[in-house]
Design a protein around this ligand. Structure first.
Ligand SMILES: [Zn+2]
Length: 401
C-alpha cells in the first residue's frame, strides 16, 4: 500500500471501480461492516468481498474489531482504512480566528490548533500563519506531510464554487475577491484543495461526526447574531451556482419590513437573529451583554431571558416553516449559540414551524415527521473542513492536482 494509491482511489476517476467505491465510502463514513458497504455502495456482497480481500492484502483496509451486527447471530467485523494511509488538513479562516486540524483517514483528529486573529487580518498574514501551523502540527505528530491527501478550507463567507474566489464576504470585506487557489496553492503543491463556507462545513461536520450521522437529507438552521444554514441532499451539501445556497437568513418574509444588513427588507434574519434582541436585553439589564450571557441566564431560569430566547425561536420557526415547505426535511439541526438553550429554543421553534409549514405533525406517521435536534458542535466548521477532503466536496476547479 502507499498513499499515492489511496489518492488515486479517492479521485473521481476511480469511482467506478469497486475498490474505489469502497475506499470512498470508508473515507466518508468511517468504519463499517462488509454488509453495510454492500448496502451503501450498491455493490453485490460477493463483489465487496473480493475487493475487500484485495484491499486487505495491500494493507489499505484493516479489521477494526468486532461490532454488534444489530441482531442475533455472529458479530459483524468492522472494516476500516489503515490510519497510516494518509492525513487530511482542515483550516478555518474565520472572522476572528484561524484554526487548523490534522486528521487521519479514519477520522481521528491528530492535531488541533487555534489562533485568535486581529480584526481585518490580511490574506498574506493568514498564509504565513497557516504555513507555520502546518509545519508545527506535523513536527509534533511525527507524521510526514508527504502523506497529505487533501486540504479543506472553511471560509467565513461564501466562496464561488467555480473559480474559488471569496464572494462579498459578510464580516470579512477585505477578503472579497481573494482567489483561494492562488493563496493556498503554493503552500500545498500537488495537493488538492477543497473549499466551502463555514455553514456548509459545519453541516459536513454534523453529518460525519455529529447530530446528523446516518442522515443523507437534512437542513442546518443557525440562530446566532445572524441567521444562516445549509442544505444537505443525498449526502451532498447544496452550494448553488454562486455558492449562495442555504442563506436562510435572507429569505424575505415581509417586503415592507425593517431594513436588513443585506440591503433587502424584512429578511428572516431581521426578526429571528439575536442582533436586534441583544440590545433589548442590554436595555433591560442596563449593561453590555453577549449572546452567551443571555444563554447562561436563560438556562439559569431568568424569565426575561427565557422569553427572549422563545421569541427568537418563534420568529426563527416562522422562517424555518417556509424552508420546511420547500424541502420537507427529515431532520433539522439547529446550531448557533442560541442552540445551547436546548429544548427552550427547540420547543418554541418547532411550535412555530408547525404553524407555518405545509405538512403538519399529525398529518403523517411518526416515521415521516421532521425531527428537531441541536447541533453536536458549537464550532464544527474546521472539523467540517477536514470532512470536505474526506467527502471529496468543493474541490477547487482548475487547481493543478
Ligand atoms: Zn437580508
Amino acid at each position: 500500500m502507499n498513499k499515492f494509491e489511496l489518492k488515486s482511489l479517492l479521485d473521481d476517476g476511480a469511482l467506478g471501480t469497486p475498490a474505489g467505491r469502497i475506499v470512498r465510502m470508508l473515507t466518508e463514513r468511517g468504519a463499517m461492516s462488509a454488509a453495510q458497504l454492500s448496502r451503501l455502495t450498491g455493490l453485490a456482497k460477493s463483489t465487496v468481498s473480493t475487493a475487500v480481500a484485495e484491499l486487505r492484502r495491500t494493507g489499505m483496509v484493516l479489521e477494526a474489531g468486532n461490532e454488534p451486527a444489530g441482531g442475533v447471530g455472529r458479530p459483524a467485523t468492522a472494516l476500516t482504512l489503515n490510519p497510516g494511509a494518509g492525513t487530511c488538513i482542515g483550516i478555518l479562516i474565520g472572522q476572528t480566528e484561524i484554526q487548523l486540524i490534522v486528521a487521519d483517514v479514519t477520522h481521528t483528529v491528530l492535531a488541533d490548533k487555534i489562533v485568535v486573529m486581529e480584526d481585518g487580518y490580511t490574506p498574506a498574514m493568514a498564509a504565513d500563519l497557516i504555513r507555520r501551523l502546518v509545519a508545527e502540527a506535523y513536527e509534533t505528530q511525527w507524521q510526514s506531510p508527504s502523506g497529505l491527501l487533501g486540504v479543506g478550507v472553511a471560509m467565513g463567507g461564501p466562496v464561488n464554487p467555480v473559480n474559488g474566489q471569496v464572494l462579498r464576504a459578510g464580516g470579512m470585506p477585505d477578503w472579497a475577491g481573494v482567489d483561494m487557489k492562488e493563496l493556498l496553492g503554493p503552500l500545498f503543491e500537488g495537493v488538492p484543495i477543497f473549499c466551502d463556507n463555514e455553514s456548509n462545513c459545519s453541516a459536513i461536520a454534523e453529518m460525519t461526526w455529529g447530530a446528523a450521522q446516518g442522515f443523507d437529507d437534512f437542513v442546518v438552521y443557525t440562530l446566532d447574531l445572524g441567521v444562516g444554514g445549509a442544505i444537505v441532499s443525498g449526502g451532498r451539501v447544496l452550494r448553488g451556482v454562486a455558492g449562495g445556497a442555504g442563506e436562510f437568513g435572507h429569505v424575505v418574509i415581509d417586503p415592507n419590513g425593517p431594513l436588513c444588513r443585506c440591503g433587502n427588507r424584512g429578511c428572516i434574519e431581521v426578526y429571528a437573529s439575536f442582533r436586534n434582541l441583544l440590545p433589548e436585553a442590554e436595555a433591560h439589564f442596563g449593561r453590555p451583554l453577549r449572546i452567551t450571557d443571555v444563554v447562561e441566564m436563560a438556562l439559569g431560569g431568568d424569565n426575561y431571558c427565557r422569553l427572549l430566547v422563545e421569541r427568537a425561536g418563534e420568529a426563527g420557526g416562522h422562517g424555518l416553516g417556509l424552508i420546511g415547505s420547500v424541502f420537507n426535511p427529515p431532520l433539522v439541526v439547529v446550531s448557533g449559540r442560541l442552540a445551547r438553550t436546548g429544548d427552550l429554543l427547540l420547543d418554541a421553534l418547532a411550535r412555530s414551524y408547525e404553524r407555518y409549514t405545509l405538512v403538519k405533525h399529525n398529518d403523517v406517521p411518526d416515521s415521516a415527521r421532521t425531527i428537531f435536534r441541536t447541533s453536536t458542535f458549537t464550532d464544527g466548521a474546521c472539523l467540517g473542513a477536514v470532512g470536505l477532503v474526506l467527502r471529496h466536496h468543493g474541490r477547487l476547479v482548475g487547481q493543478a492536482a
